[in-house]
Design a protein around this ligand. Sequence first.
Ligand code: HEM
Length: 417
Amino acid sequence: MAHAKPGYDPISLAPLKFWSKSPRQREASFQVLRDERPVSWHPPAEGSMLPPPAGGGFWAVTRHADIVSVSKNPVDFCSGQGVMFEDVPDDILEAASSFLAMDAPRHTQLRKLISSAFTPRRVAKIDEQIRGQAQRVVDQLIDTGDCDFVAQVSRKLPMWTIYEMVGLPDDLREAAAEGADGMVSWADEDVRAGREPAELLNESLITLIKVGLDLAESRRAAPGDDLMTSLVQAEVDGQRLTDEEIAAFFVLLSVAGNDTTRNSISTGMKAFNDFPDQRKILQADFAATAGTAVEEIVRWATPVMTFRRTATRDLELHGQQISAGDWVVMFYPSGNHDDRVFTDPGTFDVRRSPNPHVGFGGGGAHFCLGSMLARTQLKAIFDQLMHRVPDLETGEPIRLAGNFIDAIKSMPCSLNR
Ligand code: HEM
């Protein structure tokens, strides 16, 4: 039975205007919601590519504990009806989301397939290569001098890592990463450059699918020691994956592997600029502090801001009547600033421990598959940055408009050497 909805919350999380505020300004609103109305009802997100269903809207879950319990309860809160907080055309969703937008048992099978391709041998090899690559990125930064930190540093290591694992040749990586960027930038007028949101999304998707399918074809003809070879050879229930499934994997890995770690690096560097005492602590004993520092960077940056679930039955949460079919959106930056869990959440503290942040998700079946890879990359790049450009200063970041990835498009830096 569909329950009558309450009025829309006076703090609306739907308009793009809300998402173009600074993270600190947004946090002020989240704090009110967490304290006073932990589950609140909102109009459909502005910028949706489809007209909102009549009476549509979404429930916002803003407390840490609720984000964790929704994440860990895929029976009541499923992913199979989409995970974006905006309505996206079905064909795009299908072609882009892969197992991110699936439920058990198919999700379990496909996720297992990808995880099993992260063999210990492959992970050990990539870990060592990431350290070498981080060193090369910072060599180039030093050669270049003052520059845009995002283009020169943050963008390079994640792109290199994910495509090295997948086995994509060097000369195709830039185009693929640009496609991945387009997938999360449709709300940004600057990036759209006159195109409609759906146009940018389609163009980006077509680029990524083509690159993914060409790579699959070439690995069928000549297998290598990479993730794409594992995918084209894999069987689930005695059947090979279809081209569409392989392409969707490639799109998911491209977006998940590029835009997330990149923005953790940029926002992390900005935090070291704004909290110089924390930079000194990390520099003084990198080996002892790097583990907690990396977790704090991910909490602080929370590059993935929202994921949605759909309620599968009528239920009640904090006194609100949620009906089967309702959209329930988790706000990770809010969870990561919940003072029920974090002392002084507005302080960047590289020694914070414990740090049960929800930057990689609230746990459960969809918890970030690349979290270990992301941690390795962050450790490797900050090791280089802290020691080789110890006084690097960042300027004001230019932020991407949108409600999905908290992204910095560009940020000047000077090396002060
Ligand atoms: C700091 C960097 C990263 C952050 C903050 C991040 C964040 C997230 C979040 C919030 C989710 C959803 C979790 C949930 O629904 O419970 C997720 C899922 C995922 N991430 Fe990451 N991610 C990062 C890096 C990566 C990297 C480098 C990869 C590449 C291998 C990756 C691959 C994935 C995949 C494949 C999923 C879907 C898992 C599933 O549905 O079962 N992520 N990530």
